[in-house]
Design a protein around this ligand. Sequence first.
Ligand code: AMP
Length: 191
Amino acid sequence: MKLIMLGPPGGGKGVQSQRLSEERGLAQLSTGDMLRLAIKQGTEIGNQVKDIMARGELVSDDIVIDLIANSIDGPECAKGFILDGFPRTLAQAKGLDEVLGARNIGLDAVIALNVDDGILLERIEKRARENAGDPRADDNAEALKKRLEIYHAQTRPAIGYYADKGVLKTVDGMADIETVAMNVAKALETI
Ligand code: AMP
């Protein structure tokens, strides 16, 4: 199964992708995790994106398209994959079409978690408290505001692109983790 998981910052993409990945043996390809690892390791890309990420802005399309293109060929993707937090712009969605087209891979579904802006700050603050020893540089009110603005301006058009293609499954992401996981599973029954 080849899936995309999208949603606002703090909307539960990571948690739901991880569950799906464990339950169905799919590789979880999170561009956010890959970038955070690059920063931790001090790679050239890591140094390039560090400040951009801390401000809550998007890193360049080319960087994330390359990260995904390089991961998709790995053996961990044998049973399929979930792209977690990618694509986030229309240009990335089109770039992904090229990457998949060149490999003759089709997408089964794009899941978009629907979460009201109002509860995201609460969730981000909770995550910041839980990770107090090793906090994310972008889990603060100011960066969240930026991430949300970008989500509405740039990621919504990418979601619309998949709606037009007929592969979009919008899932209510406002309940607790278990209930949302059930909603995701139900949406995947229809593909
Ligand atoms: P995430 O872990 O998905 O919330 O991503 C954290 C941050 O990593 C984002 O705010 C961006 O700065 C960067 N990032 C992750 N995925 C992408 C992407 N697909 N395009 C551009 N920037 C990304």
